[in-house]
Design a protein around this ligand. Structure first.
Ligand SMILES: NC(=O)c1ccc[n+]([C@@H]2O[C@H](COP(=O)([O-])OP(=O)(O)OC[C@H]3O[C@@H](n4cnc5c(N)ncnc54)[C@H](O)[C@@H]3O)[C@@H](O)[C@H]2O)c1
Length: 357
C-alpha cells in the first residue's frame, strides 16, 4: 500500500465531516470518494472537503475506486454490510463508527472476518485520547486513590449504546481494559427513535469485572451529577471527571482540581501539530496517528478492533439482559444469538406490549 492512503467515506453526515476534516489534516491520507443516498448531502460534502468522486451506491464506489481505507459513517444498522463489502474489495483498514454492530451474530461474523482477512479496524472511540481521561486513568491505575473499587459514568440524554458505547469503552479504559464477567441492565423505552432505531429514555447498566471492580453506566434524562460525568472511586479517595475537561481529585492530601479544557495531552503535542478547529477534535488526530502506526506494523491501538468488539459485546449483553430480565455472562452464547435486529426494537415492542396488558 503506497502513501497517501486512498480513503473512501460512506455516509456523509455529521460524523463524516469530523472524519474528513481529520483526514485532511493528515498528510498520509487522500479522500478519493464518498457515498451518500442523499444527493444534496453528498454534493455539499464533496464541495466542503474537496472530494473528487461521489456515489449514491457505496458498493459501486468500493468496486470502482478500490480504496485502501474506508470510513463507515452511517447508522449502526448499515455498518455490517458496508464492513463486509469493504473487506471483499480488499481494503486494508476501516474506521467504523460506534455503536459498531447490530447483533451478536454480526459480531461473531465480524470477528471471524477480521481474523481471516487481517483488515485493521478502529472504532470512533476517540474519548480514550482525551487529556482528562488519560490523566484520570494514570492516577486511578497508579494507586493515587488506593485500590480501584468502583466506576460510574453518566450521560444526560444518552442511552445504552449510541452514546453509551463511548462510556462502556471509557469505563473499560479506566479499568485497564479488564474483562467484564457479567452485566445486568434495564431500559425505559417509549416511542423515541433516533439513528434509525428505537432508543431509550433511560438506560442503566451494571458491570462486574473479572478483577473485582464494579461499574455503573447511566444514560437518560436525570443522571448522577449531570452530563458527561464520571466518578472513579478508590479505597483511599476519588476522582471526578467533569464534562471530560477537569478532574476533581480527593485523596489524603485533600481536594484539588486539575483543568484540561481543550488542551491535548503531551503525546499529541509531540506530533507538532496546530490545534484543530474545533479544538476538541485533537482526539481524532491521535486516533488517526495510532491507526497509521498500526497499518505500518505497530501495535493495535486502544481504539482498535479488539476493544471495539468488546464494547460491542457489552452493550449487546446489556440489551440481552434487559430483554430476558436476567444477568448475562460474557462471552455471549446460546440464547444471546437469537435476535436478528437492533435489540432496542425488541425492547420497544416489549415495553409497548407490557403497557397494554
Ligand atoms: N464517534 C463519535 O463521537 C460520533 C459522533 C456522532 C455520531 N457518531 C455515530 O456515527 C453514525 C452516524 O451518525 P451521524 O450523526 O453522522 O448521522 P447523520 O444522519 O448526520 O449521517 C448519516 C448519513 O448516512 C447517510 N446514509 C444513510 N443510508 C446510506 C446508505 N445506504 N449509503 C450511504 N449513505 C447513507 C445519510 O443520508 C446521512 O447523510 C452513528 O452510528 C452515530 O452514533 C459517532
Amino acid at each position: 500500500m503506497t502513501k497517501p492512503y486512498r480513503v473512501a467515506i460512506v455516509g456523509c453526515g455529521r460524523i463524516a465531516a469530523t472524519h474528513a476534516s481529520t483526514y485532511r489534516r493528515h498528510p498520509d491520507f487522500e479522500i478519493v470518494a464518498s457515498a451518500d443516498i442523499n444527493a444534496d448531502t453528498l454534493g455539499s460534502f464533496q464541495k466542503s472537503f474537496d472530494v473528487p468522486a461521489g456515489f449514491a451506491d457505496y458498493a459501486k464506489m468500493l468496486v470502482e475506486t478500490q480504496p485502501d481505507i474506508v470510513s463507515i459513517c452511517t447508522f449502526v444498522g448499515l455498518h455490517w454490510p458496508i464492513f463486509k463489502a469493504s473487506v471483499e474489495v480488499g481494503v486494508r483498514g476501516i474506521i467504523c463508527e460506534k455503536p459498531m454492530l447490530n447483533t451478536p451474530a454480526e459480531l461473531a461474523q465480524a470477528r471471524a472476518l477480521v481474523s481471516r482477512s487481517g483488515v485493521k479496524v478502529v472504532s470512533g472511540h476517540m474519548r480514550r485520547y482525551g487529556a482528562a481521561h488519560l490523566r484520570a486513568r494514570e492516577l486511578f491505575l497508579g494507586g493515587a486513590i488506593g485500590d480501584p473499587i468502583f466506576i460510574a459514568g453518566t450521560l444526560e440524554g444518552g442511552e445504552m449504546a449510541e452514546m453509551g458505547a463511548h462510556w462502556i469503552d471509557l469505563i473499560r479504559f479506566f479499568n485497564g481494559d479488564a474483562r467484564v464477567e457479567w452485566v445486568m441492565a434495564q431500559t425505559n423505552m417509549h416511542d423515541k427513535r433516533r439513528w434509525d432505531h428505537a432508543v431509550e429514555d433511560n438506560a442503566l447498566l451494571y458491570m462486574q469485572f473479572e478483577n473485582g471492580l464494579k461499574a455503573v453506566y447511566e444514560g437518560g434524562q436525570t443522571v448522577l451529577n449531570g452530563d458527561l460525568y464520571s466518578l472513579l472511586q478508590g479505597s483511599a479517595g476519588s476522582i471526578q471527571i467533569v464534562q471530560e475537561k477537569a478532574l476533581i481529585v480527593s485523596d489524603k492530601a485533600g481536594v484539588r482540581r486539575e483543568d484540561f479544557g481543550n488542551d491535548p495531552p503531551d503525546a499529541w503535542k509531540a506530533y507538532g501539530l496546530e490545534m484543530p478547529d474545533p479544538p476538541w477534535n485533537y482526539k481524532w488526530d491521535i486516533l488517526l496517528r495510532e491507526f497509521v502506526a498500526w497499518l505500518e506494523g505497530g501495535e493495535e491501538p486502544g481504539a482498535g478492533f479488539t476493544n471495539a468488539a468488546t464494547a460491542t459485546e457489552i452493550y449487546l449483553a446489556a440489551y440481552g439482559s434487559a430483554i430476558r430480565r436476567e444477568k448475562v455472562e460474557l462471552p455471549l452464547r446460546g440464547a444471546d444469538f437469537e435476535w436478528d435486529e437492533w435489540p432496542g426494537e425488541i425492547l420497544a415492542r416489549q415495553a409497548k406490549d407490557g403497557r397494554r396488558s
